[in-house]
Design a protein around this ligand. Structure first.
Ligand code: NCD
Length: 305
């Protein structure tokens, strides 16, 4: 059984059967533990092309590719010929001439991934695209929920905070809706998009109201670097209405807390909260590695050798 598409650009590229294939493969890799390797990408050149900063996504893709025995090239945009005016497409073509078959791309420009995929016979994987999509983050979040609840179907989940700038929120809105999660939102109104994707969703006035009604809160980083004007005047005020702290946690200790990272402590979350067993941030990171191994191994069926 193959994935329905030979690339991963958009969370909409994934149907329910694709999700099952990815999650089943993820289960297998988790069972195999931390020290085994696999030959799905044996000797396949794979480039990590991150034009935006990253810790967990980049390193987990790198480790995933290495565990599948790929030859990993770490393309550094700051020291590359992009600084001499070479285009992104020329860069891909240059690497293709060396035999690179898979490109894991993160870029701030919405639409670049699709443009690159339309111009190559090789495989582009979206590792974060502007404000629009981050499919492997959506996948690892779905997997985290599936693992915790048995199935995400019927789980009540509230996405909290900077939905406007968050590709993570968009990927989750697409993927979680498909799996029957009841999604709601809470955020300052300046941070809510006017978007079809959120049409009809319940919007809670603050985190307290959300906590009373949901099983999971998915906190988002307040993305100051993407704000064109100062949308949040006071972080204290933000935290008092939308931040997770011990007092709120103690009101409902069974509440599940997620955050894609990196966290702004004291804004979205108090540092102490991460020590609580229902705070699944470390699980999200852990599953991210295996989800990326699953995606890469399944896409290896599409490599033109
Ligand atoms: C996110 C991203 O880069 O989109 N982080 C991640 O990949 N885990 C979220 C963020 O930057 O806030």
């Amino acid at each position: 059984m193959k994935l329905s598409k030979g690339y991963l650009i958009d969370s909409n590229d994934l149907n329910l059967n694709d999700l099952k294939l990815i999650f089943d493969r993820t289960d297998e890799f988790i069972k195999s533990g931390n020290f085994s390797d696999f030959d799905y990408l044996k000797n396949v050149p794979l480039a990590l092309a991150f034009f935006e900063n990253s810790t967990r996504t980049k390193l987990s893709f790198e480790l995933a590719a290495k565990r599948l025995n790929a030859h990993v090239l770490d393309f550094n945009s700051d020291t590359s010929s992009l600084t001499k005016g070479e285009t992104h497409l020329d860069t891909i073509r240059t690497l293709e001439a060396m035999g690179v078959k898979i490109f894991v791309v993160r870029h701030k420009e919405d639409g670049l991934h699709k443009f690159l995929q339309n111009n190559t016979n090789n495989i582009i994987i979206n590792a974060g695209e502007g404000e629009s999509d981050h499919p492997t983050q959506g996948l690892l979040d779905s997997y985290t929920l599936k693992n915790h609840f048995g199935s995400p179907k019927g789980v009540n989940l509230c996405i909290v905070g900077d939905v406007l700038h968050s590709r993570v929120a968009r990927s989750n809105l697409i993927l979680l809706k498909k799996q029957g999660v009841n999604i709601s939102l809470t955020a300052p109104k300046e941070l809510l998009p006017k978007d079809d994707l959120i049409k009809g969703l319940t919007i809670y006035k603050d985190l307290d109201e959300a906590i009373d009604n949901v099983d999971v809160v998915m906190l988002l980083r307040v993305q100051k670097e993407r704000m064109k004007s100062e949308l949040i005047k006071s972080t204290e005020e933000y935290h008092s209405k939308f931040g997770m702290n011990i007092k709120r946690y103690e009101r409902k200790p069974e509440l599940i807390i997620m955050h894609p990272g990196p966290v702004n402590y004291g804004v979205e979350l108090d540092e102490k909260v991460i020590l609580y067993p229902n705070c699944l941030i470390q699980n999200q990171v852990k599953y991210g590695l295996y989800i990326r191994m699953a995606v890469l191994s399944l896409l290896s069926d599409y490599i033109k050798r």
